[in-house]
Each structure stands twice: as structure tokens, then as C-alpha cells.
Design a protein around this ligand. Sequence first.
Ligand SMILES: Cc1cc2nc3c(=O)[nH]c(=O)nc-3n(C[C@H](O)[C@H](O)[C@H](O)COP(=O)(O)OP(=O)(O)OC[C@H]3O[C@@H](n4cnc5c(N)ncnc54)[C@H](O)[C@@H]3O)c2cc1C
Length: 370
Amino acid sequence: MVDACDVLVIGGGPAGLATAIGLRARTDLTVVVAEDRTSPTERFGETLTPGALAALDRLGLADAFRADGHLSCPGGISVWGGPRPGHSDHLLDPRGPAWHLDRRRFETRLRARAAQVGVDVRTGTRVVTTGQESGRTTVGLRGPAGRSTTLRPTWVVDASGGGSWFARRQGAVRHTRDRLVAVLRLADLEAGTFTAQTAVEATPTGWWYGSKLPGSRIVTALVADRGAAADLLRGGGRRWHEELAATTLLGPLLARVRLRGEPLRCRPVTVSRLDRVTGSGWLAVGDAASERDPITGCGIHDALLDAADAAWTIAAATGAGGQPPWRYEDRVEARFENHRQTRDALYAAERRWPAEAFWAARVPRPVAAT
Ligand SMILES: Cc1cc2nc3c(=O)[nH]c(=O)nc-3n(C[C@H](O)[C@H](O)[C@H](O)COP(=O)(O)OP(=O)(O)OC[C@H]3O[C@@H](n4cnc5c(N)ncnc54)[C@H](O)[C@@H]3O)c2cc1C
């Protein structure tokens, strides 16, 4: 049996859930979110920039967010481009502080809000097929216990993350600007205090960050090239720990605390985007449209902005709202371009190790036309 729905959102991460909530705030459309994971899992991506609270406010979530125990982050401390620490703070930022997220709690809150505004959130449900039937898109879902359903949505929102599950099947192509890897460790803070600032430090191998998380947790990560990361992981990650201990900012900060650490984990970090983020009856949001370098800490923020623009675009296309004064694809492109420029400027500002492979490979280069 084929069920009709107005909008199917593939992926219940921040981008997908925010699009669904935004759509229900603007329209009476029936919105289904299909999310593979049964419940939110611990994930990396834990700093929320100050502007994101305004986006959450528009989803009716600012008060709940403030009550959810995320830690406010007053700013950053960095050793970048020179040996002396520099500071950036949000003290005078009218948008308020940044936040260290409990990512699981954050996504649980988004799911609850989506259900509250009438979104049909189907968890443990993977989108597995797509096709055409009488000129309409059909999408096959595999739910809990392997139950299969077919939907015939008027609109599909691809919010499936960097895999762009739906967009790639519509012929969109992913252009990758950079591939890195993050080698991360989560740890419980057993004794001592760690700064509330996000600490960032460039080294010849790449760059490190460390930040406090809710629940007396600390995340420490090295973002590096894949080959270098593999070397550091050998022998149980001994060299990762040695390089961390030798850093001039993070090493001393961590020497003051006692941690109970978990094993090191690796996550790919890709800077990439689709060659087109919309097509007939579909659009892509968040990482599915474009993935960012975590150095700028704006992946979730920009995903929330994509979501707001996507909701307006679909509302207008279905006659449920006025036409926005911009094109969706231009907005996504402008945000990615802004990220690219910020990222290039950051990497260009670190000139201490021009012969090191990591830095030599990241001398800013012209943007390839897509
Ligand atoms: C190491 C690292 C550190 C980062 N640090 C930060 C940070 O500090 N701050 C920040 O803002 N951002 C950070 N990011 C980026 C941030 O995590 C992402 O930008 C953000 O998660 C994007 O949200 P999204 O909803 O687009 O995608 P995702 O969060 O990836 O959600 C996609 C969802 O789609 C689901 N899905 C995929 N395929 C299917 C399918 N076929 N059917 C059903 N469901 C499917 C997945 O289960 C997933 O839940 C970091 C990323 C990395 C890798």
C-alpha cells in the first residue's frame, strides 16, 4: 500500500527536525520524518554558536533549550598563528554566549518538539528505495522489525547528512574540497576544573580542540590528515597522547585535571557540497547540502538556517505562504561561501610550518566552479 504525505524528511538530525518543525509552524502540511536511529546517540559536534539560539527561538525552543542543562561557553582561547594564546569572547555579543551541547539531549528535545507540533516522527526507520510511479516520487521505508512502507510525498527534504541519500539518487553530485579525520577522546572529569572556553591549538600535525561538555565530560580532539591520524593511533594511541601532552595550551590545561578517558575514536571530517541542492519536488538541507570544517563550529547553526529557508520555500511552493525574496540555493551557497572564506582565512593565518604536509596542503586555493 502507498500512503500519501505532503512532505517526507529523510533524516532526523538537527537539519531535518528543524525543517519539519518550521514547516508545521507555517503550514498544515502533513510532514513525516524518517530517522534511522531509534534514539539519539552520543555524537560529536558539540559547540553551538551564539546565533543559533535565535534560530531555536523561531522554532519555539529557546526556553526549553536554556532549561536543558547545556553549558554556556563564554568564548574561545586559541594558540593559532603564533605561540601566544589569543582570546575571543562573547561578552559583548548581543546574541549571548555560545553553548557546549549535550548532543543527545539536544536532539531528544528537537524530536519532542516535532512530535508536539504534529510531525509524524518515525524512528528506527530507514529510507531504502526511491522510484517514480505515474509521474510521482515514491519512497520506500524500512521500519522497526523490518516493516516496509511506501510513501508518495509531494516534497522530499534530504536531511540525511553527508551521504545525501536522496539528492545523489536524483543525480546531484558531491564536490569535496577537503578530507580530514578527527581523532577524539571523551572523558569524565574526576577532579580539578577545566576552562569553560573552547580551547583550540594549531600544531605541525593539524589542530587540536578541547572543550567541556555537560555532565562533567571533556572532549579532546585532533583534526589531521588521515595518514597522520593513522600513525598517531598505532600502539593504542600512544603518540596521540604524547602530542597532546606536548601542546602549549591544551597540555597544561589537561595537566591540571584528572580524567577517566574512553578509548580514542575516529570520525571523518569532510568539507564538501552538492552541485545542486534543489530539484523537482526536493531540496537538501544541513550536511546533506554542504558539510563544514569544524574549525568554524557552525555546522549546526547553518543547518538550522537551511532548515528555516527550506520550510519557507516549501510553504511557498505548496501555496501555503508567500514567496521568499531569495532563491533557496542562493542562500545555501552564500552560507557555504562564507564558511569557505572564514576557513581559508584561518588556515592562511597559521604560517609557522609551511613545509608540514598538513599546512602545505591547506594553502587557500581558488574555488572550483561547480
Ligand atoms: C568531529 C566533528 C566535530 C564537529 N563539531 C561541530 C561543532 O562543534 N559545532 C557544530 O555546529 N557542528 C559541528 N560538527 C558538524 C555537525 O555535527 C553537523 O553539521 C550537524 O550534525 C549537521 O546536522 P544534519 O541534521 O544536517 O546531519 P546529521 O546530524 O548527520 O543527521 C543526519 C541524520 O540522517 C539520518 N539518516 C541518514 N541516512 C538515512 C536514511 N537513508 N534513512 C533515514 N535516516 C537517515 C542519520 O541517522 C542522521 O540522524 C562537527 C562534525 C564533526 C564530524
